[in-house]
Design a protein around this ligand. Structure first.
Ligand code: CTP
Length: 402
């Protein structure tokens, strides 16, 4: 299943900030996600970036003049506004935000904004003092109140050399915001999901841990796919190097015990739990408070005790439970045992020895086994796609539940 950007019309308003160069990257990312993008530039924006650059990326002329008979807006200035599934203003200057808040329509960007019924996402970018000014804050409050989605700004070093809050949200994150907004009406709208990801770490002493090869990619892909279908998602993430997905509530944990308590509190009032995390089955019986010294002996013995099985111990009524079975042999037999042993609705079996899938890979080859025992053997596909296949099954189970 493609992302919610596929085939959607995005009107991209670019206003006069140095961050306008990042709007080119945003346009490129939206095009790569198979959206149709029409860029509209204010006069200020054209001082920083060329309309030609946007035209080259979007394969459509960029709109710069409200009265140009050649431009799409010139022929019918509401056509773009009507066609758009989403209007993004990135970067949005304090000036444009002020015009939006007060209903001015003095150029292609503000005119489209006034004429559209589509959702609007703005990414403010300005000097920190301009952002902090009560006028800008009041204007943003008006826009939020009206249902405009405001992403950022974030803090960091700005073009002026000052450090403060005023940097535009990065294009990759704006794509996440766009997916979130366009996905809100998806088939999981109103559903709450908890997803786990990553490999837990069990401390041996303050510098050493026991862990596994999980990269977290599978769980993150499921969380993003669920968000893209309108679900409200909590991601309980064991240590990994992946950035927090936009619009997903991320709870970072370290050990199996931490994950157990985070999941137990997160699943209250939740429709489904998808345990993609590789949870350690064993943890050191004693954790040394100081770094254990090498000493003179040639070997040491580490005593391990079993961790609690999070999935097996949870029995929240009505909760759809999905588990993974990471196997190196006897794939379907072992997966079926986990399905019944842990009281699951669905088990996702994957052979972690399969080259090009599993740990660290962007792809996965899995077999889905539900309560009827039938095995749905999926071909190798992107983890995001696997996430959707799992969610198709979750959505079907949820619709059968009272
Ligand atoms: N799991 C869990 N709590 C644990 C261990 C595993 O909730 N302490 C979950 C995993 O997140 C996964 C499923 O149980 O969804 C199966 O995990 P897996 O590691 O494949 O199997 P185990 O149950 O640990 O059994 P074994 O290691 O013997 O294969």
């Amino acid at each position: 299943m493609p992302t919610p950007l596929q085939g959607r019309h995005i009107a991209l308003g670019v206003t006069g900030s140095i961050a306008a160069y990042k709007a080119l990257d945003l346009a490129s990312k939206l095009i790569q996600a198979n959206a149709t993008v029409v860029a509209m530039l204010t006069d200020g924006a054209t001082r920083f970036v060329s309309p030609l650059a946007f035209a080259a990326i979007t394969h459509r002329p960029a709109v710069t003049d409200l009265y140009d008979p050649q431009s799409e807006l010139g022929i019918d200035h509401v056509a773009l506004a009507e066609q758009a599934d989403l209007v993004i203003v990135a970067p949005a200057t304090a000036n444009t935000l002020a015009k939006m808040a007060h209903g001015l329509a003095d150029g292609p960007v503000t005119t489209t904004l006034l004429a559209t019924a589509a959702p609007v996402l703005v990414a403010p970018a300005m000097d920190a003092h301009m952002f902090d000014h009560p006028a800008t804050q009041d204007n943003l409050a008006i826009l939020r109140e009206r249902g405009v989605y405001v992403a950022g700004p974030v803090s960091g070093r700005m073009a002026s050399g000052l450090v403060g809050t005023g940097r535009m949200v990065e294009p990759a994150d704006l794509v996440g915001h766009a997916r979130l907004i366009l996905g809100l009406t998806g088939d999981l709208s109103g559903r709450r999901l908890v997803v786990t990801a990553g490999g837990t770490e069990e401390a041996i002493d303050p510098v050493r841990v026991i862990t596994n090869h999980s990269s977290g990619k599978m769980g993150y892909a499921i969380a993003e796919a669920a968000r893209d279908r309108g679900a409200s998602v909590t991601l309980v993430a064991a240590p990994n190097s992946l950035p927090d997905p936009v619009g997903v509530s991320v709870v970072r944990v370290t050990s199996a015990a931490d994950m157990g308590s985070a999941v137990t509190s997160a699943v209250e009032n939740t429709d489904a739990l998808v345990m993609a995390a590789a949870v350690s089955d064993w943890t050191p019986a004693d954790v040394s408070p100081h770094k254990a010294k090498k000493g003179s002996s040639d070997s040491i013995t580490l005593e391990l005790k079993k961790t609690e099985d999070i999935l097996a111990s949870l029995s929240s009524p009505g909760l759809v439970k999905v588990g993974f079975a990471a196997e190196t042999e006897g794939l379907e037999r072992n997966a079926r045992a986990k399905l019944t042993g842990k009281g699951l609705d669905l088990v996702v079996a994957n052979d972690v020895t399969d080259p090009g899938s599993g740990f660290g890979s962007d792809d996965n080859r899995v077999t889905l086994i539900g309560r009827d025992g039938e095995a749905e053997r999926l071909p190798k596909m992107a983890k995001y796609e696997v996430g959707h296949r799992i969610l198709d099954r979750v959505a079907a189970i949820l619709t059968q539940r009272p």
